[in-house]
Design a protein around this ligand. Structure first.
Ligand SMILES: Cc1cc2nc3c(=O)[nH]c(=O)nc-3n(C[C@H](O)[C@H](O)[C@H](O)COP(=O)(O)OP(=O)(O)OC[C@H]3O[C@@H](n4cnc5c(N)ncnc54)[C@H](O)[C@@H]3O)c2cc1C
Ligand code: FES
Length: 513
């Protein structure tokens, strides 16, 4: 993943190209030596950056140029054309940035510019008044992105990151996709190598449970009684899977999927399992079903709804997702729930039974708000945060799956469970802990992958009164618009990446102006 391949027929920018070959606003992919390079013209300015997204290798030339940035077609990361910096998650690392030389009517790209890595040593923190101690509770998407951003901003103070997990922050979305399917390399999973934390002065404490917060004394109390003082605190405790409460729910072959440890436990079971039952037709449940099919395990999906994903994506997409899984051999038992599990058998509400030597439970998640609640923070089906992601307690911020914030695009206070939103909120919270007052205005985005079919979704539509479809859902070439009072609130798409990016820009514009 993420490796730039030079295309032998692509232009060699070191040899130069004519200015006339690149019209205003256009992108051209070429190469310099072995490296793929993207050349972009904006008026009389020319920019050259690496052509391959640093997240999962998306082809930036197939993305969208927005002012002096380019957005990735796959998961909507955004890079500066001027510096190569990753401006919007999910990409966290920059792409290479090249010097562009102009001689008469030709453009040449020959030399790379130096990249600046996040480091405490590389300069002073820009904020006038920096807090001395920042504590982050959570070693997931939001917590990691916040810590990384603090160091990228050259924050010099102490960063303590407390995580209940055994592993340093991981690429959680992959745990229900390629990694579970056995198709991902181990080194795709950590967001950064273990050495990153000590090299960047991030005091990452794993397997550490935060038991309570004393907001008045400005300290968190760990499970073993240790106190950790803070000047600014970020709560990024994420969500936890809803637990099954039927007989047999605690049997060893009944597993949930949230952490790397959970995923490894499922992989271990799947080595000998022949039949799996997935409880829940949620995104995670169905992605897990696809991954288990890739391991050639017989998969049954049991869920109470009539159609998978209908509540979020509508009936057409729901029918498509079901048909896609059936094409790959998954058998659905919809309109049913499990009432009991034995060693090798799951009993259904309709009276039937299914053989299973592995049961994966994906029946939803709940925000982990116990800490916030015990600290007396204002709650509303999540932790209430203002536009700058500060909670009702000054100095305490919230980001990710727990945060309910005023979304300027829908006009509602919303809480979502999306990887990219959690990362971007972590980054915004980091800036605001340093004294900035940046509003969180990013348009929500998520993706889901089933076999070779990616579904991208921008915006937020809990309810809609009109759904229009361009293209053909069953043919895997479509763009669905979810509207309320004629306004587009959200767009879902399959293989319409540029249109999805354009929809994102269209939704974000009114809020930024
Ligand atoms: C298998 C899987 C696949 C997914 N796939 C996608 C996808 O394809 N696309 C998408 O948009 N989203 C996806 N998601 C959702 C996405 O991963 C979440 O929205 C995101 O991780 C939320 O980030 P977060 O930082 O809020 O929480 P998390 O990433 O869950 O991190 C929370 C952290 O807080 C820690 N914590 C909680 N309480 C305490 C405590 N008291 N003390 C110490 N530590 C504590 C936890 O141990 C954890 O480290 C997926 C989720 C899962 C589980
Ligand atoms: S590959 Fe570019 S954002 Fe994921």
């Amino acid at each position: 993943m993420g490796t730039a391949q030079s295309n032998p027929v692509s232009p060699d920018f070191a040899q130069g190209i004519s200015i006339d070959d690149l019209s205003d606003g256009r992108m051209l992919e070429g190469h310099v030596g072995e490296e793929s390079v993207l050349l972009v013209r904006r008026g009389n300015d020319f920019f050259a950056i690496g052509a391959t997204c640093s997240h999962y290798g998306g082809p930036l030339a197939e993305g969208l140029v927005v002012e002096d940035t380019v957005r990735c077609p796959w998961h909507h990361a955004c890079f500066s054309l001027r510096t190569g910096e990753a401006l919007h998650a999910p990409a966290l690392s920059p792409v290479a940035c090249w010097r562009v030389e102009r001689h008469d009517d030709s453009i040449f790209v020959r030399h790379k510019k130096e990249l600046s890595e996040p480091s405490r040593a590389s300069g002073a923190a820009p904020a006038a008044v920096s807090p001395a101690r920042i504590v982050i509770v959570g070693g997931g998407a939001a917590g990691f992105a916040a810590a990384e951003k603090l160091r990228r901003e050259r924050y010099q103070g102490s960063v303590v990151m407390l995580s209940g997990e055994e592993a340093p922050p991981v690429d959680r979305p992959n745990l229900s996709k390629d990694y579970l399917a056995g198709k991902a390399l181990e080194d795709w999973i950590p967001l950064r190598p273990d050495s990153f934390y000590s090299e960047n002065g991030i005091d990452l404490r794993l397997d550490t449970n935060v038991a309570s917060i004393n907001a008045r004394a400005r300290e968190v109390v760990l499970g073993d009684g240790t106190r950790v003082a803070y000047d600014r605190l970020l709560l990024a405790t994420g969500a936890e899977p809803v637990r099954l409460s039927i007989p047999g729910a605690n049997l060893p072959h009944v597993r949930m999927l949230r952490s790397l440890a959970d995923c490894r436990a499922i992989i271990e079971r799947s080595r000998t399992a022949r039949r799996a039952v997935v409880l829940g037709a949620s995104f995670i449940g169905l992605e897990a079903a696809a991954a288990l099919r890739a391991r050639d395990i017989d998969v049954r999906v049991v869920a109470p709804e009539k159609r998978p994903m209908e509540r979020v994506l509508g009936s057409q997409m729901g029918d498509f997702v079901r048909a896609l899984h059936e094409e790959h051999g998954v058998v659905f038992h919809l309109g049913e729930t499990a009432t009991g599990i034995e060693d090798k058998r799951v009993t259904l509400s309709g009276g039937g039974t299914l053989d299973a030597d592995l049961v994966v439970v994906g029946i939803g998640v709940r925000p982990r708000i116990a800490l916030a609640e015990s600290a007396g923070l204002a709650l509303d089906r999540g932790v209430i945060a203002d536009a700058c992601l500060e909670t009702s307690a000054p100095g305490i911020f919230a980001a990710g799956d727990i945060a309910r914030w005023p979304d300027p695009h829908s006009g509602d206070n919303i809480r979502v469970e999306h990887w990219v939103v959690a990362q971007r909120q972590g980054q915004t919270a980091a800036l605001n802990m340093l004294g900035r007052r940046e509003k969180f205005i990013a348009v929500p985005f998520f993706w889901s992958q089933h076999y070779d079919v990616p579904i991208n979704y921008v915006g937020h539509a809990e309810k809609w009164d009109e759904l229009t479809i361009d293209g053909d859902v069953m043919a895997r070439d479509c763009l669905l618009r979810y509207k309320r009072n004629r306004r587009v609130l959200a767009v879902a798409s399959i293989y319409r990446d540029v249109e999805s990016l354009k929809a994102e820009v269209a939704i974000e514009r009114p809020a930024t102006t």
